[in-house]
Design a protein around this ligand. Sequence first.
Ligand code: GCU
Length: 333
Amino acid sequence: LAACGGNSEDTNDASGEGESSGDEANTEESVSFRLAHNQPENHPIHLSLEEFTNLATEKSDGNIEIQIHPNGQLGAEREVIESVKAGTLEMAKVSAGALEAFEESYKIFSLPYLFESEEHYYDVMDNSETVKEIYNSTEDDGFIAIGWYTSGQRSIYTVDQKVETPDDMKGLKIRVQESPTSIAMIEAMGGSPTPMAFGDVYTSLQSGILDGAENNENALTQNNHGEVAKAYSYTEHQFVPDILIINSNTWNGLSDELKQALIDAAEESKESHKDRWAESIEEAKAAAEEMGVEFFEVDKQAFIDAAAPLHDEFVSESDTNAKYFEDIKSFAQ
Ligand code: GCU
């Protein structure tokens, strides 16, 4: 007789010959996860994660339930990565920038001017072996990645001093992610990097602890930074992806069917996130202008040149770095 009790993993019986005897939804184990992230509920990433969770439920015939905890409710990115590692939280969406503190190979995503265009970036994220290897590189540390979402292009913005050349960066305290590569990047560009959690940026801009920060345009509106920072300069120095991570034991305890449901749900929601993102950026620009934010073009080549030594350093650090770098570059145009 068919044992269909709760968490037993034994149900991969030579797959769907069609004689499912009653009791459909429970022939698999059912699981219930929490997924944390640090953005508000009207942010495009929240909407895409809602799509992800709905698709996961649908594709698993109701066997996967995921509850989203937005707004940094369960902690800043560093903290939620710790929780996923420890297994006290099953899933999180965090920036690749925050993952660098946990696994070296994630630093490649914070290398300034690594990707030559949005097409190049999307192609690498969707199709490269490098990204797959990096996703699995942390399995023994307690988590793996199963997908990504675009978080656009990052540029520098300040409270009031427009930045057009690296010279303008002198003396400016610019918030960066807790990423050694982003710290080195702002130094190379001539500024003073201040690493801090994303949730502390607004008040630090307000109180003058920071002169500026760097992020996509949604930070101005969705996170209200545009209330305080009025000069957004298009340095377009990084595409740092958002990454969907899951605890290794949680992952390894799932049947192949449930793993596939999660991967397919991540893939599908990642694709629609690309359009959702593009739209949100148009809206953010218009809304930020209404808040009094001005947008400036910069001498981009001067920033590219200033940041170039970071590429050489990265490549010369290890053979793996060199291999990843070359693989990513091979996707250009
Ligand atoms: C982006 C990213 C967030 C991250 C933030 C940051 O907005 O999507 O996940 O927290 O950058 O700069 O820390």
